[in-house]
Design a protein around this ligand. Structure first.
Ligand SMILES: Cc1cc2nc3c(=O)[nH]c(=O)nc-3n(C[C@H](O)[C@H](O)[C@H](O)COP(=O)(O)O)c2cc1C
Length: 196
């Protein structure tokens, strides 16, 4: 059922409620936004990520990633990024300007890694080869047989699990509706209706 919210004071908290739900519900369409960043040549790059935690009070969205992945170097060099969410159920697109910080070590990483390492995703963060490295054979599977590193001689891999924290700076909310589309640009303290 579509909810029809009227005022900024209704819509703003509902955006954060939906983000919070998406971090908990694997079927929520906002669970897997696209994160766009800028590479070292100033060119756009983008990829799907899973929304893991939402702190509405702090205005922060949290993702997990591999500290060796190209996006991490990109975001460490240039922290501004953009997240794009779309939900057909809500008919809502949300574009979120963020400043990203990557946390690769420390108590928060240690605590989360204790959980992640029990999960099916653990192998992703323990692979010998970093994400994006060209594989020597054509199978497309980065297992130890295809990796160019000899596992017998390789040191036990330390995990490369990292936390990607996105501080929300501004949002662009768009609602598609037969009764008329609505769009607004909002920050913590501001709200402006825009032509959709
Ligand atoms: C549904 C889906 C969810 C994904 N979630 C994540 C994620 O949470 N973190 C992540 O680092 N990569 C995730 N990926 C993989 C990224 O989209 C990307 O392929 C990978 O991180 C390498 O990106 P980079 O080369 O830009 O660093 C996901 C891919 C898909 C299709």
């Amino acid at each position: 059922m579509k909810i029809h919210l009227q005022t900024p004071s209704e819509i703003r908290p509902q955006i954060w409620i939906e983000l919070g739900r998406a971090s908990l519900d694997r079927h929520h369409e906002w669970r897997t936004p696209v994160l766009a960043s800028t590479d070292a040549d100033g060119l756009p790059d983008a990829r799907t990520v899973v929304l893991r935690q939402v702190d509405a009070g702090a205005g922060q969205l949290t993702f997990y990633t591999d500290s060796r992945s190209p996006k991490v170097a990109q975001l460490q060099a240039k922290s501004p990024a953009m997240l794009v969410f779309w939900s057909a159920r809500l008919s809502w697109q949300l574009r979120v300007r963020v400043a990203c910080t990557v946390i690769t070590a420390g108590p928060e990483v240690d605590v989360l890694w204790q959980g992640v390492k029990q999960s099916a995703a653990a192998g992703d963060y323990l692979s010998l080869l970093p994400p994006g490295v060209v594989l020597p054979q054509t199978s497309g599977k980065a297992n130890v047989e295809t990796a160019s590193v000899d596992p017998a001689n390789a040191p036990a891999p330390a995990h490369s699990f990292a936390i990607l924290r996105a501080q929300v700076l501004q949002m662009d909310w768009l609602e598609l509706s037969r009764e008329g589309h609505r769009r607004a640009q909002l920050s913590d303290t501001t709200w402006e209706w825009l032509t959709p």
